[in-house]
Ligand binder design. Sequence first.
Ligand code: GDP
Ligand code: MG
Length: 332
Amino acid sequence: GSTYVGIDTLQEQTRLRALRRGYSFNLMVIGRSGLGKSTLVNTLFKSTTVSRRKVGNVDPLPTTTQVRHTSTALTEGGVHLDLTITDTPGFGDHVNNENCWDPIVTYIEKQYERYLEEEQKVDRLLPIPDTRIHCCLYFISPTGHSLSSLDVEVLSRLDKITNVIPVIAKADTLTVEERSAFKERIRADLTDHGINIYPPTSPTTNTTTNTTTTTTNTSSTTTNDHNTTTTTTTSPKTTTTNINDLDSNTKIRERVPFGVVGSCVWHEVHGGRAVLGRRCSWGMVEVENKNHNDFAYLRDMLIRTHMQDLIDSTSERHYENFRRVRLAKTAT
Ligand code: GDP
Ligand code: MG
């Protein structure tokens, strides 16, 4: 079997920038325990760095949501990627899950805060260590019903501060018909609640944002003498979203939320080929087979086509929003 992850495609995504300075990608996984989060991450990155629950072995549940991360360095075709996976054990595991998202929101904002502090220092580290969450994979239980009220509560908070990609966990537990009806209902729920998932329908950055940023900076220079924001260069970003991107985003959105299956077990199939899959008494679901589930679509988007955009839009959209609000607060 192939253990190729695909991070060397970053070369095309970044026009060789990745070769010169390594890359950091920070992925967060959210969903109640047992939904296959750790398995999916290990399947995506062909690693076993994230410890998984063993069959029949249940860890004691933390009483509140914890935020824990694991870092791994991956190198492929000369491209170096520092991958950090942030897990949130204890999320949604209790009878009363009210505010169980607070530690998650706090963690995400804390990373923006750290970045902003570093950016404002005169002797800042370059490049600034990036611990900001670039993508949040949200695991929906394969109930076949609709989004739960907890899902709605959490998603409508997270979509404002980070890139959220919802997935249907353990999609092999639903039939083909159940899966497509479930997807449709989830999409309707997302629309009804005004939840904006990644990739967005409209371009993530535009010139208006840059103008506002510049104005904020000018005003803070005049009102505040010790303010170091003046040292921050707001280079107008020339992000061009071409037709192809929008086109592929539309295709992706038609498949959202991806119904995924994870497995770290290789099985031999016809012709001696080895594939990752889950074998049941009645047959096998192949992880990377697009006819069996959406894992490959998610993998392609996350690693092969949109990783750079996830990183850029975190910086240009979510971090910029945080920064603008924060600086406006300190200016008054
Ligand atoms: P986590 O608590 O969300 O991190 O879940 P784990 O990755 O530890 O998986 C919990 C259990 O679900 C394990 O027994 C896995 O083998 C199983 N599992 C993981 N992914 C899938 C999947 O896609 N389909 C099915 N049916 N089971 C899965
Ligand atoms: Mg886990």
